[in-house]
Design a protein around this ligand. Structure first.
Ligand code: SAM
Length: 272
């Protein structure tokens, strides 16, 4: 195995940037991935990469290191009941007073975009049966620039499409391009903006939202980081706004600022 100090240097950087901890038992995995990065950036070995990184981790090296540590697993309509709850419960509640011209939504760890396009499709479907459902503005963000670019392209392989999308929805919302990839129709990208945001660092002036999806990202964080991120999310939610977490995540022990709701088996949270 490579010099322990070299691996610890990169593990410390990843922990400071992403809150993701590489325990020493997993250093062999880290070493393998770092060696790939050294090759991609044209360094002779890991020691040379370490030497260059000591002068500052910026640009492509930083992007590759963040990509190395993140898990981008996602699919269309992941946790389907939650999307039903979005159109059957959360949106009707948000528009019940009739004074919401636009729904402001944030997909805070959007990965390759399946989540954000699922939100757009669900709302479009809801509007097709109820014209009082307002248009939406969605902010899609992720810490990984590479994955964010993929999300913005909205282009998916047959395999990715098969994960969660029915043929009916596919044919309605996607076109096939000449590389045999399915591309979301540009009209359904209207109102969506993409921005690099690290949930652990300053988010910038992103405003407030009616609904925030923060799914399958807190799971990798320490309790301390989870509490900090949820507090900030709460500050960025309008009163009565909704927070949606992943199926294996909950606010238990992390916040008293939300009430837990259940609809059709889906669990979600409303800001008190
Ligand atoms: C497992 S995916 C979840 C994607 C989607 N939300 C879903 O549930 O299907 C986790 C995403 O969180 C992103 N991520 C990890 N740490 C992050 C951080 N500190 N700030 C923002 N995004 C982060 C990763 O790049 C990855 O795309």
């Amino acid at each position: 195995m490579e010099n322990h100090a070299t691996l610890k240097f990169f593990a410390d950087f990843i922990e400071a940037e992403l809150g993701i901890i590489y325990v020493e038992a997993n250093y062999f995995q880290l070493e393998h991935r770092l060696k790939d990065i050294a090759v991609q950036l044209g360094y002779s070995d890991l020691t040379a990469l370490h030497h260059a990184a000591s002068a500052g981790i910026i640009g492509p090296m930083k992007s590759l290191l963040l990509d190395l540590a993140t898990n981008n697993e996602t699919s269309f309509f992941r946790d389907q009941a939650l999307f039903r709850a979005l159109s059957e419960s959360m949106i009707p509640d948000l528009i019940k007073d009739g004074n919401k011209p636009l729904l402001n939504i944030w997909s805070a760890a959007s990965s390759s975009g399946q989540e954000v396009y699922s939100i757009a499709m669900e709302i479009d479907q809801a509007r097709s049966v109820n014209l009082s459902v307002p248009h939406m503005k969605i902010l899609a963000s992720d810490v990984s620039e590479t994955i964010l670019k993929r999300a913005e392209m909205g282009e998916y392989s047959q395999l990715e499409i098969q994960r969660g999308l029915s043929s009916k929805m596919l044919l309605h919302y996607f076109d096939k391009n000449d590389q045999d990839k399915w591309v979301i129709k540009s009209i359904y990208k209207n109102g969506i903006t993409f921005k690099k945001i690290n949930l652990l660092h300053y988010w910038g002036g992103i405003g407030t939202f009616d609904i925030i999806f923060c799914r399958n990202v807190l799971i990798y964080q320490s309790v301390e980081n989870k509490i900090k991120i949820i507090k900030e999310i709460c500050n960025h939610l309008n009163p009565g706004g909704y927070l949606l977490l992943g199926a294996a995540e909950s606010l238990f022990g992390l916040s008293h600022d939300f009430e837990q709701l259940v609809h059709g088996g889906a669990v979600f949270y409303r800001k008190k």
